[in-house]
Design a protein around this ligand. Structure first.
Ligand code: NAD
Length: 487
């Protein structure tokens, strides 16, 4: 297991020699002590990335793509180990890390490997006699800061497009879950990325993260994390006016209309909130259910939620693992208290499981709360296996409730009426909308939010614009320039 900082193609200790303890959230065992990057290590990493940039931007796009495709294959070849490492570090069930996280990481790197040599410029029809062309240029050194909820998959979302576009990268994983990104660093070296093109520097947010966000040598910072930290990043980045891409929190509305296919809506809504223990920015954490079907829907939803198997993340039968940290478990449980205090009705869960086999883990039972739109639990992002249910009586009310949030990341709706599907999809304030499904993501489709969920887009062709700037070049082919200063 790799535990050192990856800077300039070498695995090195932090200059101050500090380490970060990494704990398994299922049994509290110490998995590793990982070298801690502090401000001076971030400086070293940015310098290494800056040194690597001139040659990397000149490297042909096809060669950059080849290296990304080789990285995808290397990840595929190590799929089993990576899935296990991710499960130990995050608590995600192995059926998810092996069945979703690793394959999606491979898919991501393949997509961006493929796109590298397809980022074309354009020729613009300007005044006669001039040739004006626009080419997409890399930005330089890109800083990337990611959270702990999908640490492996986020390496492909972040590194993939930045490298394909010709930037060099300094990526800071979350202090809670740095192991899979360090494993990726080993593969980056193995497949032959030039030293300094990729640098991976685990460190704490307030020190390493802050330094990366304020660093004058960083041309762009791509951040995924909470809205609270997003605001700090905006302030820290003001010094050199670096470009920002912010993927922040969410409070996804998931609307079930009275004509929905009930069974599909129940199963899809359970996946929307309980997958990954609800630790997803796009989780469907606010269920809005038409009053006419509310009783039937709730009964079936609770019946399904009761059967979700909590357990050891490494057990193939486990469907929900622990939350990723004790602090986070306590935070989610505190929302159960808030819900009770504010008059919410806890229909299921609302506590840590009492089973002795689960006592050491940071578990929270699947929790379903009937709540009113003004309740704190309908407004704050809880980021756990915690869903509120609110009823509505017509389409306008459903849209009004869905949009009653400062966030705007993901939203879903379940209906058999194709006209309503399009109408509502257009009316919800959200970067992504799913109809009769939830939480679909693919590297070819843009991902990102509006409002306080941030700005900029990951993935799809959109993201290649985020990691490049448009340079416009004018050539006087045969134009006679007007004599501005006749002599
Ligand atoms: P967080 O904001 O606490 O931390 C995210 C990252 O930022 C970590 O690497 C952390 O070390 C770093 N950080 C913390 N303080 C910093 C500072 N002052 N300067 C620079 N970096 C700093 O978020 P979290 O608790 O790790 O993750 C959960 C949050 O992430 C949720 O709000 C969730 O919705 C959001 N999220 C958003 C998306 C998206 O694409 N929109 C995806 C996943 C998670």
């Amino acid at each position: 297991m790799q535990t050192k900082l990856f800077i300039g193609g070498q695995f090195v200790d932090g200059l101050a020699g500090g380490t970060i303890p990494v704990t398994n959230p299922y049994d509290q065992s110490r998995l590793a002590d990982v070298a801690e990057a502090r401000a001076e290590d971030i400086d070293r990493a940015v310098e290494a990335a800056a040194r690597a940039f001139p040659a990397w931007r000149r490297t042909s796009a096809s060669e950059r793509g080849r290296l990304l495709l080789a990285l995808a294959s290397a990840i595929e070849a190590n799929a089993g180990q990576l899935a296990e490492l991710e499960s130990r570090d995050t608590g995600h069930p192995i059926r998810d890390t092996a069945g979703l996280d690793v394959p999606r990481t491979v898919l991501g790197f393949r997509y961006f490997g493929g796109i590298a040599d397809k980022v074309e410029g354009s020729v613009i029809p300007v005044d006669a006699g001039f040739l004006n062309y626009v080419e997409r240029e890399p930005l330089g050194v890109v800083g990337q800061i990611v959270p702990w909820n999908f640490p492996l998959m986020f390496t492909s979302w972040k590194l993939g497009p930045a490298l394909a576009a010709g930037n060099t990268v300094v990526l800071k994983p979350a202090e809670l879950t740095p192991l899979s990104s360090l494993a990726i660093a080993e593969l980056v070296r193995e497949v032959g990325f030039p030293p300094g093109v990729v640098n991976i520097v685990p460190g704490y947010g307030g020190t390493a993260g802050q330094r990366l966000a304020e660093h004058d040598g960083v041309a762009k910072l791509a951040f995924t994390g909470s809205t609270v930290t997003g605001r700090k990043i905006v302030r820290a980045s003001a010094g050199n006016l670096k470009r920002l891409q912010l993927e922040l929190g969410g409070k996804g509305a998931n609307i079930v209309f009275d004509d929905a296919e009930l069974e599909a809506a129940v199963a899809g809504s359970a996946f929307a909130i309980f997958h990954n223990q609800g630790q997803a920015c796009i989780a469907g954490s606010r269920l809005l259910v038409h009053a006419a079907i509310a009783d039937r829907f709730i009964e079936a939803f609770l019946a399904l939620a009761r059967t979700i198997r909590l357990g050891d993340p490494l057990d193939r039968a486990t469907e929900m693992g622990p939350l990723t940290s004790r602090v986070h478990q306590e935070r989610v449980l505190s929302y159960c208290e808030i819900a009770r205090r504010e008059g919410g009705e806890i229909l299921l869960g609302g506590k840590a499981p009492s089973h002795p086999a689960l006592e050491r883990g940071c578990f929270v039972e699947p929790t379903v709360v009937r709540a009113a739109p003004h309740h704190t639990v309908c407004r704050d992002e809880v980021f756990g296996p915690f869903v509120t249910i609110t009823t509505f009586s017509d389409e306008d009310e459903a849209i009004r409730l869905a949009n009653d949030t400062q966030y705007g990341l993901g939203a879903g709706l379940w209906t058999r009426d194709v006209k309503r599907a399009h109408r509502v999809a257009k009316a919800v304030k959200s970067g992504m909308v799913w109809v009769n499904c939830y939480k679909r993501v693919h590297p070819a489709s843009p991902f990102g939010g509006v409002g306080e969920s941030g700005y900029g887009r990951e993935m799809g062709f959109e993201v290649m614009r985020e990691y490049t700037h448009a340079r416009s070049v004018w050539i006087n082919v045969d134009a006679k320039l007007p004599a501005f200063y006749p002599r």
